[in-house]
Ligand binder design. Structure first.
Ligand SMILES: [Mg+2]
Length: 227
């Protein structure tokens, strides 16, 4: 049985791809066979390209991202524009097929937890159907406590209660960035919280992976919670 982790976020553009790529690079360096998927995307395919790089080109772009729609709007609408539809059962079948070949499969959603991915489903339905572990990327800025709590509330209690939250932080934290961790910990507990440095350029992936604090944060994130 391979481990499936779904990476969702409090919004679009909060660091899901960076988190997924760091996890893939970290696991690969530890000798774990890992696939990183972005099953559905619209607009440019930059996320799928970065994930491919992070897993050492172990999959083709179309295996990583089978449902791709050119229009840079919500995937559901971009698909409709082309007269196509992404079905939940097909997306699940693709993920399970990949899961036969790898120890760990990372699945990046699109947008936030409830952003529509295809007809009748969002990342939340993927999570539930896959019985996946959930990592929530959150932008470490003012308002993040609200965004994280809303996202957790939208998950079934048993899943939300075990979801991990990663504060994706700019290179230099302001006062808000430095205090968010403590405030959020009051609501969800310290063990479920991690903090990682955000980067923008694909070339920064390897630099970030070499930082000891990145390794420590990723290792603790991947460790199961105490029962
Ligand atoms: Mg992304």
């Amino acid at each position: 049985m391979s481990r499936i982790i779904v990476i969702t976020g409090t919004d679009t553009g909060v660091g899901k791809t960076v988190l997924t790529a760091l996890l893939a690079g970290h696991l690969r360096a530890a000798g774990v066979s890992v696939a990183a998927l972005k099953p559905i995307s619209s607009g440019k395919r930059t996320d799928a390209h970065l994930l491919r790089r992070a897993m050492g080109n172990a999959l083709t772009l179309d295996e990583i991202n089978p449902w791709h729609f050119d229009l840079p709007i919500a995937p559901l609408l971009a698909a409709r524009h082309r007269g196509e539809r992404a079905e939940l059962r097909d997306v699940l079948a693709h993920i399970w097929k990949i899961a036969h070949r790898f120890d760990t499969v990372l699945v990046e959603g699109a947008g936030g937890l409830l952003s529509p991915l295809g007809e009748g489903f969002s990342t939340r339905e993927l999570i539930v159907e896959l019985s996946a572990d959930v990592f929530i990327a959150a932008k470490n800025q003012l308002g993040v406590v609200n965004h994280v709590r809303l996202t957790l509330e939208a998950l079934p209690p048993l899943i939300g209660g075990r979801a991990r939250v990663v504060l994706m932080s700019p290179a230099r934290d302001g006062a808000v960035g430095r205090t968010n961790h403590g405030l959020l910990a009051e609501f969800i507990g310290e063990p479920r919280l991690s903090k990682l440095k955000w980067f923008r350029r694909a070339e920064d992936l390897e630099t970030n992976l070499r930082a000891p604090q990145t390794h420590a944060a990723l290792a603790s994130l991947l460790r199961p919670l105490e029962a």
